[in-house]
Design a protein around this ligand. Structure first.
Ligand code: GRF
Length: 202
């Protein structure tokens, strides 16, 4: 089987990267993680990539005059590996037109809330502060906004009395680790079709 070729972008811990990389090791997997791009040298996710034997590159945005030049450099890595899908996994930067135009409908992100509620930073804390009874996670296609692209899949997680940001985040994260590899599988099975704001799962 020809496996779909993924790049994972991360800035931190890398647990979603690990979930995707693990799923890719399944003999039936229809995708394979070819490389990791990271904007922070101290990101623990870089070590995790090394443990999987997956090439990981720290590309420092400060070494480029602007986002266009930075993303052009990233694109060179992606093209060398014939990447078909980019998975943002805790990548703390908004994408610019260089990446968005080169990979239309081919960039996903995971967010720890049920979008469109609580986009941006500290989503779990936002949910707790608001007092919602149900939160969860969302995998979505990426556009130029903050967590605003078409929703692919969501998983609800009940908020419990006494939940802290830590306990709620932990339960949401467990679901993220299942949902993200599932969405990637659907993508390479050709089941995801974007129609306006709606992603149809065939
Ligand atoms: C996750 O909660 C993800 O939803 C959000 O950033 C966090 C990344 O965690 N976008 P990790 O680096 O994958 O462990």
């Amino acid at each position: 089987m020809n496996k779909g070729r993924i790049a994972v972008f991360l800035s931190g811990r890398g647990s979603n990267f690990t979930a995707i990389a693990r799923a890719s090791r399944n003999p039936d997997a229809n995708f394979s993680v070819r490389l990791v791009i990271c904007d922070r040298q101290d990101a623990p996710g870089l070590k995790k990539a090394a443990n999987f034997g997956i090439p990981a590159y720290h590309i420092n945005p400060r070494q480029f005059p602007d986002k266009t030049a930075y993303e052009a450099e990233i694109c060179a890595y992606l093209q060398r590996e014939n990447i078909e899908l980019i998975c943002l996994a805790g990548y703390m930067r908004l994408l610019g037109p260089v990446l968005l135009d080169k990979y239309p409908g081919r960039i996903m992100n995971i967010h720890p809330a049920l979008l469109p509620s609580f986009p941006g930073l500290d989503a779990q804390e936002q949910a707790l502060r608001y007092g919602v009874k149900i939160s969860g996670c969302t995998v979505h296609f990426v556009d130029a906004g903050i967590d605003s692209g078409p929703v692919i899949a969501q998983k609800a997680v009940a908020v419990r009395a006494g939940d802290t940001q830590e306990t709620l985040s932990r339960r949401i994260l467990r679901q993220e680790h299942r949902l993200y590899p599932w969405a990637v599988r659907q993508f390479f099975a050709g089941r995801l079709q974007i129609q306006g704001r709606t992603v149809i799962i065939k």
